[in-house]
Design a protein around this ligand. Structure first.
Ligand code: SAH
Length: 368
């Protein structure tokens, strides 16, 4: 008999799980139960679904499983407030995820996780450690949602609050895997799942303008972050090859369409690299580009990628850059870089694990 590979239940949304239970001949409320086990409680196996009968669990297991994400390694930084996970997927590929705890305003803690959408990245940004991991493959819906479910379980097991925010800013380009990313967002947003609000989910792109336009047309209500890094076509082209396909004028047109349709302010990520994009004239160009637009600039002290010749800007330079934006009424924040002591920038951990960077002694291993 030909053995068929088991399918990952985490790939399925509520409608699909409900349809599956119906096909199995179960009562209609079973769909909700199974969905809740998979996407709210974060069950690691069908065996855990104890409100199903043993026969039902057996029946489900004949075609389905919950594909494991194996924790290869994890590190803690920032006094335990930043945890980095390295997951191994069923095919042996690895991806990174970061979990960050922020002390609450109004006694509400923010727990944010930064998830991967691909095992590498084809976009080729010159300063990015993930790009150096190669093109990789798209993650499945289950592999994306699984990261959040497992990190949530980790948090619970350590007496910490549940995840409140998800940022698609780990390894990969989310818009290059949009179908799976979109479905994962819908699952995370489901009231019977983790019920994470649209405003608490951010997708970050290197600038795939066509997809941004699509979001505008669909009026997809998520938070959008655009990795800009330069307001000058020539510099941006040298940093980010995608700028050849979608130069700034095209990108900004798409961004305008998005803000017009959704009324949402876009966050522009701008990592400051010493003497590359951090000079006064660079700040002034950024003012000219974003002036009059509904924009928020996130200035990121860059993570050094020394082998590629990128070094972080000096602190005074970052402050000067921020001051120029502020004086010109561009909303700006300097992001406090989390996880520097554990190399929490995308791709850095994976590369080290692959032997890409021999640096040792990075942070303390987390107990899992
Ligand atoms: N592909 C998406 C999301 C993943 S990258 C995107 O480009 O937005 C997440 C963020 O980290 C992006 O803003 C990316 O430009 C930034 N980044 C990559 N390498 C960096 C580095 N060395 N220093 C600072 N930020 C970096």
């Amino acid at each position: 008999m030909l053995m068929q590979a088991l399918q990952d239940l985490r790939n399925l949304n509520k409608e699909e799980i409900t349809a599956l239970c119906r096909e199995l001949g179960w009562q209609s409320f079973r769909g909700g139960q199974v969905f809740s086990w998979v996407h709210a409680k974060g069950a690691a196996s069908i065996e855990e679904m104890t409100n199903l009968s043993r026969e039902q669990r057996q029946q489900l297991s004949e075609q389905y499983e919950i594909a494991p994400l194996v924790l290869l390694d994890s590190w803690q930084g920032d006094g335990g407030d930043t945890i980095k996970f390295l997951w191994q997927l069923a095919d042996g590929n690895t991806v990174e995820q970061v979990l960050m705890f922020y002390a609450g305003e109004n006694s509400r803690d923010r727990v944010s996780t930064c998830v991967s959408t691909q095992t590498g990245c084809a976009m080729g940004c010159k300063f990015c450690a993930t790009a150096m991991c190669g093109r990789g493959r798209n993650l499945t819906v289950g592999e994306i949602v699984g990261q959040i479910l497992l990190a949530n379980g980790w948090s619970r097991n350590h007496g910490k609050p549940s995840i409140t925010n998800v940022v698609y800013m780990g390894m990969g380009e989310p818009f290059a895997n949009w179908d799976n990313v979109k479905k994962s967002l819908q699952i995370l947003n489901d009231k019977n799942g983790l019920n994470i609000g649209w405003r608490r989910m951010t997708v970050s792109t290197c600038g795939l303008a066509d997809k941004i336009k699509e979001l505008a047309v669909e009026e997809f209500p998520l938070e959008l972050s655009v990795s800009l890094h330069s307001a000058d076509d020539e510099i941006r082209m040298a940093l980010m090859p995608i700028n050849k396909k979608y130069p700034l004028a095209v990108l900004m047109q798409a961004c305008d369409a998005f803000t017009e349709k959704t009324g949402r302010r876009i966050t522009y990520e701008y990592a400051l690299f010493r003497d590359v994009n951090d000079r006064r004239e660079d700040a002034e160009k950024l003012v000219r580009l974003l002036g009059g637009r509904l924009a928020f600039v996130n200035l990121i002290p860059a993570n050094p990628v020394e082998e590629a010749g990128f070094f972080p800007s000096k602190r005074e330079r970052i402050k000067e850059f921020a001051d120029i934006l502020e004086k010109n009424h561009i909303a700006v924040a300097v992001r406090v870089s989390r996880g520097q002591d554990i190399e929490a920038a995308c791709g850095q951990l994976k590369r080290r694990n692959q032997g890409g960077d021999p640096k040792e002694n990075v942070g303390k291993k987390a107990e899992v």
